[in-house]
Design a protein around this ligand. Structure first.
Ligand SMILES: Nc1ncnc2c1ncn2[C@@H]1O[C@H](COP(=O)(O)OP(=O)(O)OP(=O)(O)O)[C@@H](O)[C@H]1O
Ligand SMILES: [Mg+2]
Length: 362
C-alpha cells in the first residue's frame, strides 16, 4: 500500500470539506462543487456536548448544547421560574427535567451537579430517561428534514472493549429518532470524522484522535478508508472524577480548574495540579499504549510509505501542554510505521461535527 500526496490546493474551510477520492481513487471533488448543501447535516453526539454542523452560504455554522440535565420535583412555582428564565425543560411524570446548556445554569442556581444522559461515549444505562433527554437536545438543535434527500450523519464512538454490544443499542436508538425526523441517516466513527475534518491536505490519510469527555477515539485512515480504530474509556470525566477523589474537591470544581489555565507543562504547585498531572499522564499513557498494541496487531496489513500525520482533537487536548506530553510519550514507544507531524485540530470542539458534515455531503 502506498500513500498518495495531495497536490490539490487546500480550499478554505468555507468552501471545502470533501474527501478527494474513495478507496478506488475516484475523484469526489467533481461531484461537490456547490458552496452549500442545505440537505447535509453533521451531528457530534458526545458525552459532554452535542454539536450540530451545517453549511450555509459557503460557511460551516455550528451550534451546540451541553449533553446534561437536572431533574427536580414538579411544582408550578419552579415551572414558572424556568419559563421566566427561558430555561428549556420537559416534564417527565412528577419531575421537571432541565436539559442542555440550561442544566448547568440551573445546577449552579441549586448548588448541585448536572447529570449526564451519556456515560463513556454511550447512552447512560443508569439514567432512566437518557434517550428521551438526548432526543430533546437533538430536537432543539436540529429541525425536521426539509426534503426526503436530507442526509444527516452522526458520530458514534468505537465499540468499547469491555461492552462491545452496547454500541449497537446506542446507535440504533439515535438512528431511529433521526429517521423519524425525516433524515436519511448514518453514523460515522468519531476518529474517522476527525480525519475527514482535519486531513484534507493529506488526502484523508493519517491518524485522527478525539479525546473527549467520556472517552478517547482513534482512527488510522488511508485515503479516507479506516484501517485501524479503537477507543479507550478514559476522557475528561475520568480526569475530573479521579482528581476529585484524591483531593476531596468536587469534580465540577476540578473541571473548572482544569479548563481555566491549568498547564501540564509546568511543575505542579499544589495537590490538585499534582493529581491532574498524574491522571493526564495516565490517560495519555493508556492512549499511546493501546495505539501501539492496535497498530502492532494490524501491522501485517499496513504498508504505508511515508510518515503518518497525527491530529489531536476533542476538548481534552485543549489543556496546555497536552500535545507536548503526547509527543514525548509517542517518542518513547516503537511503532512498526513512522508517524509524522503531530498537530492540534483547528477547533478541537467542533472537528467531529465538521467531519460528520463532510461525510453527509458525500
Ligand atoms: N480548555 C480546556 N482545557 C482542558 N479541558 C477542556 C477544555 N475545554 C474542554 N475541556 C474538556 O473536554 C471535555 C469535553 O470534550 P468534548 O466536547 O470533545 O467531549 P465529547 O465529544 O462531548 O465527549 P466524547 O467524545 O468523549 O463522548 C471535558 O472533559 C472538558 O472538561
Ligand atoms: Mg467527542
Amino acid at each position: 500500500m502506498t500513500v498518495k500526496t495531495n497536490n490539490d490546493k487546500h480550499e478554505a474551510e468555507t468552501t471545502t470539506g470533501t474527501p478527494d477520492m474513495d478507496s478506488q481513487g475516484r475523484d469526489y471533488k467533481k461531484q461537490n462543487t456547490g458552496n452549500s448543501d442545505p440537505n447535509a447535516i453533521g451531528v457530534d453526539i458526545g458525552t459532554s456536548k452535542i454539536v450540530f454542523a451545517q453549511k450555509k452560504n459557503g460557511q460551516i455554522k455550528y451550534d451546540s448544547h451541553r449533553n446534561a440535565f437536572i431533574s427536580v420535583e414538579y411544582s408550578s412555582f419552579t415551572e414558572k421560574i424556568l419559563k421566566q428564565n427561558q430555561i428549556r425543560y420537559h416534564q417527565f411524570d412528577n419531575s421537571l427535567v432541565v436539559y442542555g446548556d440550561g442544566a448547568e445554569v440551573f445546577a449552579d442556581m441549586l448548588n448541585t451537579e448536572a447529570r449526564r444522559p451519556m456515560r463513556k461515549g454511550l447512552l447512560n444505562a443508569d439514567e432512566a430517561h437518557s434517550i428521551d433527554i438526548i432526543k430533546k437536545i437533538i430536537d432543539d438543535l436540529v429541525d425536521s428534514a426539509k426534503s426526503p434527500q436530507a442526509k444527516l450523519i452522526f458520530s458514534v464512538p468505537d465499540a468499547p472493549k469491555d461492552s462491545p454490544s452496547d454500541i449497537i443499542y446506542h446507535e440504533a436508538l439515535l438512528k431511529r429518532h433521526l429517521e423519524q425526523k425525516g433524515f436519511t441517516t448514518n453514523s460515522i466513527n468519531e476518529g474517522l470524522a476527525v480525519v475527514f475534518s482535519e486531513l484534507e491536505d493529506e488526502n484523508f490519510t493519517g491518524l485522527g484522535i478525539s479525546a473527549g469527555g467520556g472517552m478517547c477515539n482513534v482512527c488510522l485512515a488511508y485515503l479516507s478508508v479506516p484501517l485501524v480504530s479503537f477507543s479507550i474509556n478514559k476522557g475528561g470525566d475520568y480526569l475530573d472524577d479521579a482528581a476529585a477523589s484524591v483531593t476531596g474537591m468536587v469534580n465540577t470544581r476540578v473541571r473548572s480548574f482544569k479548563e481555566n489555565g491549568f498547564n501540564l507543562g509546568t511543575p505542579p504547585r499544589d495537590k490538585v495540579e499534582d493529581a491532574l498531572q498524574v491522571y493526564h499522564d495516565d490517560l495519555i499513557t493508556s492512549l499511546v499504549r493501546t495505539l501501539k498494541t492496535s497498530i502492532h496487531s494490524a501491522s501485517s496489513t499496513l504498508n504505508v510509505d511515508r510518515p503518518i500525520p497525527i491530529v489531536l482533537s476533542g476538548g481534552t487536548v485543549k489543556v496546555k501542554g497536552f500535545k507536548d506530553r503526547f509527543e514525548k510519550l509517542m517518542k518513547e514507544e516503537n511503532f512498526p510505521l513512522e508517524f509524522g507531524k503531530i498537530r492540534i485540530a483547528k477547533d478541537p470542539l467542533t472537528a467531529t461535527a465538521k467531519g460528520a458534515l463532510i461525510a453527509a455531503m458525500n
